[in-house]
Design a binder for this molecule. Structure first.
Ligand code: NCD
Length: 344
């Protein structure tokens, strides 16, 4: 696939070769993402980071990724603070914004809205999540994480056994990840959800067409046994008519250390796109898993920066120049000790 000058709207655009290229570039970004080295390759470039739905990680990691490549980030958050609240069309906003920036990242509550925006944009647009539809950069960082976690066990994504658990109907990160898995071979997919919140049937069909083994479960027991990865998701409260309706599903699948020990294999990796809902009603990923070395949720968030740096470098066609003026940072030392909290 071609990245240069392209919008990144859906993982349908990806192929295995493109993923290899992306992950190879992501690996090259580690010294910059960990602030050992600096590069100014995107100096003078402007990212418009437009988030019309709540976000911490996706917004900040796209912004950080652009900053770490030397670019400038301008942010718009919340529909109410943009002219969309005055009735401006996505078309007009796109025409205006693309005059002010070199690339746009956009999150919007409506499925298809980012593609509509991209049609009018004169610069590349990256989908930061459009309603319940897709979240391509999240799925790419999830796949990058899966690959790294499995590599540490001398395993490969081909032959992966994965359970995805929770709100599979509205979870856009899951939707994009299920599509990406169709690019691999011999994957075993366990879909664990309440009966009312199954993965969209066309995605299940896609997995079957790729000759993957697919099993649907409504109980955690049986669904998360004998898998390499358990990918837990949040009930997507914002997609329901009322929070009371969402509350019917919150807390149905609570993974904690005792259940993990009983059902999972010793090397089963636990993932979650975050935020995890830690309210009393939900607790989908208990804090007692925080000491479990197979909890990969914060490795996922770290990986998000390098994968997003790679997306920018490829789309803006600067991969060959990233290392040209790379400099070590003076203050960095491997002897840095982690901050110790008083309670530990
Ligand atoms: C996800 C999202 O916004 O779709 N979060 C994220 O971007 N990391 C998942 C979620 O909100 O549950």
């Amino acid at each position: 696939m071609e990245f240069v000058g392209k919008h990144i709207l859906t993982v349908d655009q990806m192929d295995r070769e493109g993923i290899e290229v992306l992950f190879d570039v992501a690996d090259q970004m580690v010294p910059y993402a960990t602030r050992r080295m600096t590069t100014r390759v995107l100096e003078g470039a402007v990212l418009s980071n437009m988030f019309f739905e709540p976000s911490t990680r996706t917004r900040v990691s796209f912004g950080s990724a652009f900053n770490l490549l030397g670019g400038h980030v301008q942010e718009t958050t919340g529909i109410e603070s943009s002219s969309l609240a005055k009735g401006e069309s996505l078309h007009d906003t796109a025409r205006v914004l693309s005059g002010y920036s070199d690339v746009v990242v956009m999150r919007h509550p409506d499925a298809g809205s980012v593609a509509e925006f991209a049609e009018a944009s004169r610069v590349p647009v990256i989908n930061g999540g459009d309603g319940a539809n897709e979240h391509p950069s999240q799925a790419l960082l999830d796949l990058y994480t899966i690959r790294r976690e499995l590599a540490a066990q001398s395993r490969d994504v081909d032959g992966l056994r994965i359970a995805l658990m929770g709100d599979l109907k509205y979870g856009r990160a899951v939707h994009s990840l299920l599509k990406l898995l169709t690019l691999f071979d011999r994957v075993e997919v366990h879909l664990v959800s309440p009966p009312d919140l199954p993965a969209p049937p066309e995605l299940v069909e896609g997995l079957k067409a790729a000759k993957h083994v697919v099993a649907e479960h409504h109980e955690m027991a049986g669904g998360i046994d004998h898998v390499d990865i358990v990918y837990v998701t949040r009930t997507q409260v914002e997609r329901y008519e009322s929070s009371a309706e969402a509350d019917r599903y919150r807390g149905l699948f609570r993974l904690n250390q005792a259940i993990y020990t009983e059902h999972c294999e010793p090397h089963t990796v636990i993932m979650h796109p975050l935020p995890r809902d830690s309210s009393d009603a939900a607790q989908e990923l208990d804090v007692d898993l925080n000491q479990n070395p197979n909890l990969a949720i914060f490795r996922q968030t770290d990986n998000g920066v390098v994968v997003r740096m790679a997306l920018f470098a490829l789309v803006l066609d600067v991969v060959d120049y990233v290392h040209e003026d790379a400099r070590p940072v003076r203050w960095y030392t491997d002897k840095r000790t982690p901050v110790r909290h008083r309670s530990t």
